[in-house]
Design a protein around this ligand. Structure first.
Ligand code: AKG
Ligand code: FE2
Length: 312
């Protein structure tokens, strides 16, 4: 397990039948995941549960969604930052994105669907809900492995999972005109704990390794890229660094990708286990949604450190 890698990033099969707590595959996966996160803040996951057919349907439906009139897409507003619709902006003219809050909850997806399609779209609602449930399951399995990798007990992990909110986003990038820059999205880290990115065979996503090297993420649709984000860095007291990533459009095809973001419905705080004399606490606890509101306007290079860093 974990012996396969794509350019230094290991692949973990999160749906392997033998992956049960206490077993040898589980224990070796704990080690692989922990090292991958401490080294470069990311790993790939595989899931046989998300079939090629489901994956193709999701990307097809997202294409249908993005083709709706701008006025229709704009109807999806949210009081939570990064949760609504973002039309192309002069700073990121190629990028457009749509968020669906609480996507593993059927009623929430139904509500969203009814805003986009006045006459309904059961296929959209059912497919996106099923897809989101499978991604949430992957996220939860990964967190159970991660907690165990640091010797944190099951109860602690289950209460952490209970206070997790999810948001599904879809990103679409136009092909740049000859005169336009091919920068799809600036280098950044995400605000979540993990972001799970799923691409559809079109390159563009790049990740920065710990040694400063930028590498292309593998866009195969059978891979799910788990990125450690700001909240996981706070939780681990910097043991795990958030993965810096960006998007550069190089193919003559419209790029679409999907992302599942996990956020805390309570406070984001550092796990006691990671604090001792040698590792004094580096962050103050904070409300996750306050941080999202801060980040949306922040120009800081490391917003998380400015927002809640101690002695930063
Ligand atoms: O397009 C992608 O694959 C990644 C998008 C992204 O990093 C973001 O919106 O935070
Ligand atoms: Fe991102």
């Amino acid at each position: 397990m974990g012996s396969q890698t794509v350019s230094q990033i290991p692949i973990i099969d999160l749906t392997n039948e033998t992956l049960k707590p206490g077993t040898e595959p589980w224990i070796s996966t704990c080690q692989v995941m922990r090292s991958a996160l401490e080294d470069n803040g990311c790993f790939y996951a595989m899931s046989i549960k998300v079939s090629m057919e489901l994956s193709n349907s999701v990307f097809g439906l997202m294409d249908e969604l993005f083709r709706l009139p701008l006025e229709t897409k704009k109807q999806k507003t949210s009081d939570k930052p990064f949760h609504g619709y973002y039309e192309p902006h002069p700073k990121v003219p190629l990028y457009e994105s749509i968020g669906i809050d609480d996507p593993s909850n059927k009623e929430a997806v139904q509500k969203y669907t009814n805003i986009m399609w006045a006459t309904g779209n059961d296929h959209f609602c059912e497919t996106i809900n099923l897809y989101a449930m499978l991604l949430v399951e992957m996220d939860q399995t990964a967190k159970r492995i991660l907690f165990d990798a640091y010797g944190l007990n099951k109860k602690r992990c289950e209460s952490f999972l209970e206070s997790t909110n999810y948001m599904l986003r879809s990103f679409k990038y136009k092909i740049p005109k000859m005169t336009e820059s091919n920068l799809g999205l600036h280098a950044h880290t995400d605000t979540s704990y993990f972001t799970i990115l799923h691409q559809n065979n079109i390159t563009g996503l790049q990740i920065k390794l710990k040694n400063g090297e930028w590498i292309d993420a593998d866009p195969s649709p059978n891979l799910f890229l788990f990125l450690a984000a700001d909240a996981l860095m706070v939780w681990s007291n910097d043991r795990i660094k958030a993965c810096v990533h960006k998007v550069i459009i190089r193919e003559e095809k419209e790029r679409c990708s999907m992302g599942l973001f996990s956020l805390s419905s309570k406070m984001v705080e550092t796990e006691e286990k990671f604090v001792d004399e040698e590792h004094p606490i580096r962050y103050k606890a904070f409300d996750h949604y306050d941080y999202l509101r801060y980040k949306i306007t922040s120009k800081a290079e490391w917003p998380i450190k400015e927002f809640c860093g101690i002695d930063y």
